[in-house]
Design a protein. Sequence first.
Length: 76
Amino acid sequence: MYWITIKTTHVRWEAELMQQLLAAHDIPSRIIDTGITSYFGAGSSAALQVRSPDQWTALLLLSSPEEEQAGTPDNN
């Protein structure tokens, strides 16, 4: 089974947070260090990977909510 990178980040803790979210939904993932990029003490950059069958589910879970469509009435 193939592993696919779905997110890259400049701080490892962000990748770990995303990994915990995926684990809560029973989606296996792994974090790969992409190099030592010390950025004001923030740590090294990392990539979050999931197995290929879980790619789209993981991307949906990690995506930001869609904004309201332009034509819908506002109830404020």
